[in-house]
Structure formats: C-alpha cells, structure tokens
Design a protein around this ligand. Structure first.
Ligand SMILES: [Zn+2]
Length: 505
C-alpha cells in the first residue's frame, strides 16, 4: 500500500478507535500530523516508500538488515512505539496520553491495511516469520501497489474522513448517546464528563412544542434539570403531560466548576450582588424577615433554602417587626411634638398677657388722657395684675423621649444582615451557550442545527445589561466593622466578598 492510502485510511481507522476514548484525531495540528506520520512510519523499512525516501539513510540500513515488511511490521515494533510515546509522556514532552493512543492506533491501522494486501505482514517477527493476513483467501486481498484498487481505498476512506467527523469530534459514546436522545442517555453522558453537557431538546407540553439547547444542571435516570435562556426547568420522563421528543447531549468546552461562597453578616446590597445574574443554590439566613417568591407563592421568612435558581431575588420590604418599630417611632415623635407645641402655645399666651400689661402701663404715662380714660385703664390694669398668671414651665416628656431613643437604636441594630452559603455555577450562561454557538466545539450532527449562529433577536439580551452580570454596584455599602469569623473555611464578610466577586467576574 502506498503512503496516501495509509494516511487516509489511517485517519479513518485511528479516528474511529480514538473516538472510543474521546480523543479527536482532528482536534489540533499535532494530532493530525502525528496520525499521518505514524500511519506511514512502518514503511521506513524500504527506500521506495515516501517515508523511506524522507529518512533515506535510516531506511537503507533497515532494508539492508531486515528487509521490507519485517521488523517494523511486527508486535515488537508496536510495543516499541507505545514505549517511546509513553516515555515522552512520562518525561512531560507531551501533555497527555492522547498522542500515545494516536501513535498506537495509527500503527495498528498500518498493520491492518498491510494485512489486507496479498503479501501481508509477519506480526510475530522475528520469532515467527509466518505472514499474517486478514481474509485467508488471497483472492479477496488487495494487490499492493495496484493503482486502481488503491484509488478506490483512498476514495472510500477520504469520504469516510468527512462523513465521520461528528463521530471523531463527539467521541463514540456521545455519538451513541445522541442517537438514542433519551434522558437516560443524557444522564449517562453527564455523569461521565467533567465538562458541562449541552442538551438539544424538544418537548411538547400543553400542545405547545418547545425546542432549544440548554445546559444540563442535574440529571438522573428519568429527570433532567436544564438551564436555558435564564430559566431553569426540569424534564421528567414519568410526567404523563409531557412528551419529550428528544434530548441530545453534546459536551461543551466549559469545565463543571462551582464556587462555594460562605458569608457572614453581609448587607443586603452585597447579597443582591452575589445572586444577581447567576445560577445559585444555597441557604440564606437573615436577622429579620424577608420576602421571596417560589413557584408563584410568596414566602415571608428569615431562613431561605433554595435550589438552582437563576437571578434569585430576596426582597427586604416586608419586615413586620421593623414596620411596627417605625410606626411606634412615628407615634412617639407625634406625642413629643404635641407636648412641645402645647408648651409653646401657653408660653405665647403668657407673653401676650405680659405685653398687654406693659401696653397699659405705657398708655397711662401718656399726659393727654381724660380722667375717664385714665380710670378705665387703671381698672383694667388692676384686673390684669390680680389675675397675673405664673410663667408657664415645661416638663419634657422624658419617658417618651427615652422610649423613642431606644426604638431608634433598635432600628439601627436591626439593620438587615445576611449569613449563609451559596453554591454558584461558575459559567455565565452567556459564556457557555454564546461561546459554543459562536464557536461550536463540535460540528452539528445533523440538519437540525440550522440555527447556528442564533437568529437575530433570540440572543439580543446577551451579554446581560449592566447590573445583571454581577459585580458590585458602585453604591453598595460595605459594612464598616465586619466581625471576624472563626473558621478555616473561606468566610466572606462584606468587603472581602465583593473583592472576590470582582476577581471572578
Ligand atoms: Zn507497510
């Protein structure tokens, strides 16, 4: 067999075997070159082959010493290739074992293709020189160097190279699971990978068909929790109202990773920052009651446990205790004000009275008064002086004032504070889907993916508008004296939490 046949055939053979171990021969240039070179390398034992011509002195020596199709077409050579590449891996010359697999499979591929030729190969060389063949009958085997049959093989394998790309790319088991397209297969795929599984789904609920692609958040044999376009939903195969058309898994390029946030006495704004625009699960405790909505039911509580919620909202507007305190403060303020106002009024009356007396006294000093007028004024003066009231004094409502101060104090102490922990999915939804759409990790398997890239309007709200993407809002107050929390687990208090969020986004 000549070099083109070995190379093209090598891609199909190696690609297929590698797909079982989730290695894609076409993933990067190194793999492609390695596969091609290793597929023709055994023919280094003849100066007539392509690789023999390239490595002329070596091939001349090998040919002189062993002859064509001998030592380099045996298990001994296969073991040598494996040991060589494994050594490369152990010496960190290659990053992982993928190249070891490719080298071994490409070599086996070469052997297989040589075995289906008339002259065959001595696999047990140098111990047994018997030739190993694939169909025993030589009439069914290829004649090496026969241009016509080689072209047929190149043609068929070349075609396979293209049509089998989805298999190479997705790996055998993913392709297998995609074909079945059931929840069980998505679950199996999800359990076997460290990367997020993206699932193409289609289901009918209430006579309405929904299709799309979503990230698999959780999976079990009969249920998938999916995250699509900012909402979390579940597909349960046991639900009689739900007809699932298909759920096809595809492995994304984003590693499954969670961020665990522990926080202690953080203010409301910081909590909002942690939750907004993210998919989270967790437990939140607050010093006063807050409100949240789940399944369209409003809950009032100071202890919230929630699972897989996107952009979870906690509302701090319903604390009845605080409302009562505020009402009492208003009532006391009114009473105290009233007391002062009353005093002010009586004081004003008294001042008016004194002014009146002073006016009369002044009038009496006037020389041109008639006796009648003078008499009248003097009588009036006597009457007023007799009635002369004491200057009013005011006793401030000390009890109420003390009470008011106490209430005001309790209100500041009662400032909303939250403690608890959160598990944050570290992908931004934008991230996984947008990236995989722009740059699909694997080519679509069938014609159903015609919406690559997404049609206009569908994704117009990505990236999410400001604020939703996390990051501390510029006005968020940072509690000035956050208590230190005696724990060796990461503990986030106000400022450090905000700092960590900034780093992660
Ligand atoms: Zn050969």
């Amino acid at each position: 067999m000549n070099a083109p046949t070995h190379i093209v055939g090598g891609y199909v053979f190696t690609g297929t075997l590698c797909s079982f171990t989730n290695v894609n021969v076409f993933e990067n240039p190194e793999y492609i070159v390695a596969c091609a070179v290793l597929s023709i390398l055994p023919d280094i034992d003849t100066t007539k082959s392509l690789i023999g011509k390239i490595c002329y002195p070596v091939s001349w020596v090998l040919h002189r010493k062993f002859g064509h199709r001998t030592i380099t077409h045996s298990f001994l050579y296969l073991i040598f290739i494996w040991a060589l590449f494994y050594a490369f891996f152990r010496l960190n010359l290659i990053p992982d074992t993928n190249l070891v697999k490719i080298a071994v499979f490409a070599t086996i591929g070469h052997f297989v293709f040589d075995m289906i030729t008339v002259s065959a190969i001595p696999l047990l060389y140098p111990f047994y020189k018997n030739r190993c063949v694939l169909p025993a009958n030589p009439h069914f085997r290829f004649k090496s160097g026969d241009f016509k049959s080689e072209m047929i093989v190149v043609g068929i394998c070349g075609l396979l190279c293209f049509t089998m790309q989805p298999l190479f790319a997705n790996g055998f088991w993913t392709t297998y699971n995609r074909q079945f397209a059931t929840i069980r297969h998505v679950d199996r795929e999800n359990k076997n990978t460290e990367y997020y599984v993206v699932c193409d789904y289609s289901y009918i609920l209430n006579a309405e068909t929904s299709t799309g692609e979503a990230i698999v958040i959780e999976s079990s044999q009969n249920e998938l929790t999916l995250f699509d376009r900012k909402k979390v939903f579940t597909l349960n195969s046991d639900n009689p109202q739900l007809k699932i058309n298909y759920t096809r898994p595809r492995i994304s390029t984003i590693e499954k990773r969670f961020e665990d946030l522990r926080f202690f006495n953080i203010p409301y704004d910081s909590l909002q920052t942690m939750l907004s625009g993210k998919l989270t699960s967790g437990l939140i405790q607050s010093n006063v009651n807050v409100r949240y909505i789940e399944d369209a039911i409003t809950h009032y509580t100071n202890f919230i446990k929630f699972d897989n919620r996107f952009d979870f909202k906690v509302y701090a507007d319903v604390d009845t205790n605080r409302v009562t305190i505020r009402r009492n403060i208003a009532r006391l303020e009114a009473t105290i004000n009233q007391s002062y106002q009353q005093h002010k009024n009586t004081l004003q009356k008294w001042t008016d009275y004194q002014n009146n007396i002073r006016n009369i006294e002044d009038s009496l000093k006037f020389p041109n008064l008639t006796n009648y007028e003078r008499n009248k004024l003097q009588q009036e003066l006597i009457r007023l002086r007799n009635r002369n009231p004491e200057q009013p004094t005011h006793t401030p409502p000390t009890v109420q004032i003390a009470e008011l101060q106490q209430l005001r104090q309790s209100l500041t102490e009662n400032n909303l504070l939250f403690s608890g922990h959160l598990t944050v999915y570290t992908f931004g939804y934008t991230h996984v889907i947008a990236d995989s759409l722009r740059n699909p990790p694997y080519p679509p398997l069938d014609g159903q993916h015609t919406n690559y890239p997404p049609s206009e309007g569908q994704h117009t709200n990505y990236p999410p508008s400001e604020g939703a993407g996390g990051g501390p809002s510029p006005t968020s107050p940072i509690s000035p004296a956050s208590p230190t929390y005696p724990t060796n687990k990461p503990c986030y208090t106000g400022s450090s939490l905000l700092a960590s969020l900034t780093i992660n986004h």
